[in-house]
Write a protein that binds this ligand. Structure first.
Ligand SMILES: O=P(O)(O)OC[C@H]1O[C@H](OP(=O)(O)OP(=O)(O)O)[C@H](O)[C@@H]1O
Ligand SMILES: Nc1ncnc2[nH]cnc12
Length: 182
């Protein structure tokens, strides 16, 4: 199931472009204008619910920080657990971590080692608001696999297609992006 033209228009029109943030030349996709628009947020979450209710998911994992919002909302709607994948140093219990490349330098994400321990071979949907180079999502999927679960799909609200991030998602077979920015 994919978005209807009307749903796409409502969601797309609710996302604000902010030029030159956080630095000159970047057009930042601001989702706060979607979140404070109850109709657009509702259309988005209802679409995600309709798509994923047939997947028999065990958990939804969300990426720090904006991915948490959509992942936690959907987990509640589907009646499954939510698992945060956080930037280094934020999770309190024993973690597994994975480094990934940024445009300049490296960053690191972490997951709790026992995040999926209640269910063996758990089926996990990974959600983030946006894919740029794909480095963050690929590292997140690695962590899901290392924690003993399986990343059955990665879902992004926005894909910056001009950065071709999907080619870096070596750990992820199925990818679903709602809004593609050419
Ligand atoms: O595909 P990539 O090149 O890895 O970039 C995508 C990531 O960048 C943004 O998060 P950011 O690191 O800015 O964190 P935030 O959500 O805390 O603002 C976005 O929310 C993704 O998580
Ligand atoms: N253009 C962009 N807008 C919002 N978040 C981003 N993360 C990386 N690039 C981004």
């Amino acid at each position: 199931m994919t978005l209807s033209a009307t749903e796409r228009e409502i969601i797309e029109n609710s996302i604000r472009d902010v030029k030159d943030f956080p630095k000159p030349g970047i057009v930042f996709k601001d989702i706060t204008t979607l979140l404070n628009n109850a109709k657009a947020y509702g259309v988005l979450m209802n679409h995600l619910y309709q798509r994923y209710k047939e997947y028999n998911l065990d958990y939804i994992a969300g990426i720090d920080a904006r991915g948490f919002i959509f992942a936690a909302s959907l987990a509640q709607m589907l009646g499954v657990g939510f698992v945060p994948i956080r930037k280094k140093g934020k999770l309190p219990y024993t973690t597994i971590s994975e480094k990934y490349s940024l445009e300049y330098g490296v960053d690191e994400v972490e997951i709790h080692i026992d995040a999926f321990s209640e269910i063996s071979n758990a089926k996990v949907l990974l959600i983030d608001d946006l894919i740029a180079t794909g480095g963050t999502a690929n590292a997140a999927a690695k962590l899901i696999n290392q924690a003993g679960a399986s990343c059955v799909e990665a879902c992004f609200l926005i894909a910056l297609d001009f950065l071709d991030g999907q080619k870096n998602l070596k750990e992820i077979t199925n990818v679903y992006s709602l809004i593609e920015v050419k």
